[in-house]
Write a protein that binds this ligand. Structure first.
Ligand SMILES: [Zn+2]
Length: 728
């Protein structure tokens, strides 16, 4: 930005938003936009991301077009903007099917007359040829996609409508794009960039760190212990003042927990409320009101509660069980501490929680039969003699177990498969064209594949959530890395239970992630064997408990496992040189790494492979582990005596820390390019880099696995990690 531009931006900030200073990343976003770049902004709600496109809209020539799926909120947003004279004078409007025809016409007239700076529309608006024509003449200088995660099939709120946006931007002469969202994991960010065809966008991800929140996980043996712990902790927490939220996964559990919470709170003269979709609306409203007013200090709720709720003084959010993804968890737990005062986010978890989630997932899964039935329904109600279908929204939702989400997903699949084309949509009805009245077997296969991919992704998200509850790493950092937020959270003194664990031997917190290379294992096993063990587990039917699995892996001659010997099952004797304890330690490590799921704490609960475990043996996910057999002796190094340090323990630890950093860097690099981490560098190469700590390009070239192509692509990145590490 030139000085002149900077001055203008600062003036506009003051005049239009009444702020004297930019909040973090806003300035960069404005600069990027004024320089004509594509910009991706990922910031949580309340961090000020709208300003990132509203301010440049005022400064740039031409029209800034904002696409948003939130029709109901669009007009409110625009009304709020128009209350500020700067926006009102510039010309600011929205167009949606909720408006009267006369109002829509008035907006179109302004658009044609070039009297608009900022126009908000829903994506279905682009189905109108006259609107598109008006846009082409209107000099669109920036195309903004709000709630951009909706374009990602990996997001939780995929809208097939959004997939057409790329083509529309192109048809408008490809103005620069700004994509904004409050919620996008690293994977979703990549798919936003791909699906919109963004060109080397300026990526601004930040604001996810909430320094006043403390993150912790408490493991309990079962539901009884969970309730006991809760009853004991609640009065203490409540006496700290403010209010609290307790999230539970099911309605039944909601009632149960509410009763216990209420009893516990009454001992100190306070009350708890309950909120779930099974209560009648009046009761729900009353509970919400009581909680907001402080009449009831704690509210026990399912995830039906919380949208649009903004209570400043929530001092704790406790999850009994956990949500379906770390993203949902962050959103729910993030309702704590909005006022900036210290607050707690606690997960109270036991072994049944994962099963509960899997059950939800299985019940909620969309099948090809659902899609086919939806198609058949549309064929049945089409207008005779034409390919047009008009269907009442209520009827369409009712046909899908009254689930709006399911109804929308079925329509999405039909549209993605090219079976139907939505023409118009109002709050009451959907008008569409039946492109194909036949549901062919080819389509059947294609849709099945698509639905499978979605299921895999949902399992993966669940794995990430489960891993959060099991990690030994800093939980705050785990959350931030999940969103790709690079803010360094250390040094706040108020972080998480893992950071607060007492220091162990040699002053190290026992928080390092479980590293199989430090586990005594039979030397006949190496990294490759882990793959075959995981593959064998995947094929093992029925699943068995840990004790039996242990015997099976050791190739015990007990009756119990004889059958596997006869079948030459690949698992039989796979770890035959390990002792019972060693194999148990190995299995525990697989569980800790999130590759294996054990349904319970005791040895007879069955072990099943997780989605991550499956992807690991299929080679789609790199294993973050190396076993002693696979770990090579430190090689003599050409550079400055670093190898000598390997002989003492301190050097080892330092290498380990650098290795971890390199791995974090690799993870981000890999996500940014949507490739598996090993495509960036293998573990072996990273270890060698960590050991030798190369300081220059020529040092780095000496490392095995660093060729010209890799050097060009990643050299600078690796060196900056190594130098940054050395500088501390
Ligand atoms: Zn921490």
């Amino acid at each position: 930005m030139t000085t002149l531009e900077q001055d203008r931006a600062a003036q506009t900030l003051e005049a239009a938003f009444e702020f004297s200073e930019f909040r973090p990343l806003q300035k960069e976003a404005v600069q990027g936009a004024l320089a004509g770049r594509d910009v991706l902004v990922v910031m949580p709600t309340g961090a000020g991301k709208s300003l990132c496109f509203q301010l440049p809209a005022l400064l740039a020539p031409g029209l800034t077009l904002v696409v948003s799926p939130l029709i109901a909120l669009m007009r409110d947003q625009v009304d709020a903007l128009n209350r500020r004279s700067v926006f009102e004078q510039a010309g600011c409007a929205s167009l949606s099917s909720l408006q009267e025809a006369s109002e829509q016409r008035a907006v179109m007239d302004k658009l044609r007359a070039g009297r608009l700076k900022l126009l908000y529309v829903a994506p279905e608006r682009f189905r109108s040829p006259s609107f598109l024509e008006a846009l082409r003449r209107a000099n669109v200088s920036r195309f903004v996609v709000d709630e951009a995660h909706c374009i990602s099939e990996w997001g939780h709120d995929f809208r097939p409508d959004y997939l057409s946006l790329k083509g529309i931007v192109e048809s408008l002469g490809r103005p620069p794009i700004t994509a904004v969202t409050a919620t996008a994991t690293v994977r979703v960010q990549s798919s936003i960039v791909d699906n919109l065809g963004m060109d080397d966008p300026l990526r601004l991800v930040g604001g996810f760190n909430r320094p006043n929140l403390y993150w912790s996980v408490v493991r309990v043996k079962g539901d009884n212990e969970r309730l006991e712990k809760l009853a004991k902790a609640l009065p203490k927490l409540a006496q700290g003042g403010g209010s609290g939220l307790i999230y539970v996964p099911t309605r039944k559990m909601c009632d149960e927990v509410a009763e216990v919470a209420d009893d516990a709170l009454r001992t100190i003269g306070r009350k708890a409320g309950v909120y779930h979709a099974g209560l009648d609306p009046e009761m729900r409203t009353r509970m919400q009101r009581d909680w907001l007013s402080g009449e009831r200090q704690v509210l026990v709720a399912t995830n039906a509660f919380g949208m649009g709720i903004d209570k400043a003084d929530v001092r704790f959010v406790i999850h009994c069980g956990y949500p379906d993804s770390l993203e949902s968890y962050y959103q729910e737990a993030g309702r704590a501490g909005r006022d900036g005062s210290k607050s707690r986010c606690v997960v109270l978890t036991c072994f049944t929680d994962r099963r509960t989630r899997e059950w939800f997932l299985d019940n909620d899964v969309l099948t090809v039969a659902d899609v086919q039935a939806g198609h058949r329904r549309l064929v049945g109600v089409r207008t005779p003699g034409s390919d047009l279908v008009t269907i009442a929204r209520s009827a369409w939702t009712a046909a899908h177990e009254n689930s709006d989400l399911k109804a929308r997903r079925v329509m999405g699949e039909l549209e993605k498969a090219g079976l139907v084309e939505r023409l118009n949509e109002t709050p009451d009805e959907i008008v569409l064209r039946l492109v194909q009245p036949k549901f062919s077997s080819v389509l059947f296969g294609r849709i099945a594949q698509d639905l499978n991919a979605q299921r895999r992704e949902r399992l993966r998200r669940l794995d990430e959530m489960t891993a959060y509850t099991k990690t030994y790493d800093c939980r705050r950092r785990t959350v931030l890395e999940y969103f790709g937020d690079h803010e360094e959270p250390a040094g706040m003194g108020f972080c998480c239970d893992n950071c607060d664990r007492p220091a162990g031997e040699n002053g190290q917190r026992p928080t390092a992630r479980p590293d199989l290379s430090r586990i005594p294992m039979p030397h006949s096993i190496d990294g490759g064997d882990i793959h075959s063990v995981l593959e064998g587990l995947d094929a093992l039917r029925p699943s068995v408990g840990k004790a039996k699995l242990n015997a099976l892996l050791r190739g015990a001659s007990s009756k119990d496992v004889e059958r596997y010997a006869h079948e030459h099952h690949p698992l039989y004797g796979a770890l035959s040189r390990g002792s019972r304890d060693q194999v148990n330690t190995f299995l525990d490590a697989l569980v800790a790494q999130g590759l294996l799921h054990q349904a319970g704490e005791d040895d007879y609960f069955v072990c099943t492979i997780t989605q991550a475990g499956r992807e690991a043996w299929q080679g789609r996910l790199e294993l973050n582990m190396a076993l002693p057999g696979a770990r090579r002796k430190p090689e003599r190094s050409a550079f400055n005596g670093k190898a000598a340090r390997d002989s003492d323990g301190a050097g080892d630890e330092e290498d380990e820390a650098l290795f971890e950093r390199l791995r974090s860097w690799r993870r981000l690099e890999a996500s940014a390019q949507s490739v598996p981490p090993y495509c960036v560098f293998g573990d072996k190469t990273l270890r060698e880099i960590a050991r030798n700590s190369p300081q220059s390009e020529s040092d780095l070239r000496e490392i095995n696995g660093v060729g010209d192509a890799k050097m060009e692509k990643y050299g600078a990145g690796v060196l900056s990690v190594v130098r940054g590490h050395g500088a501390e």
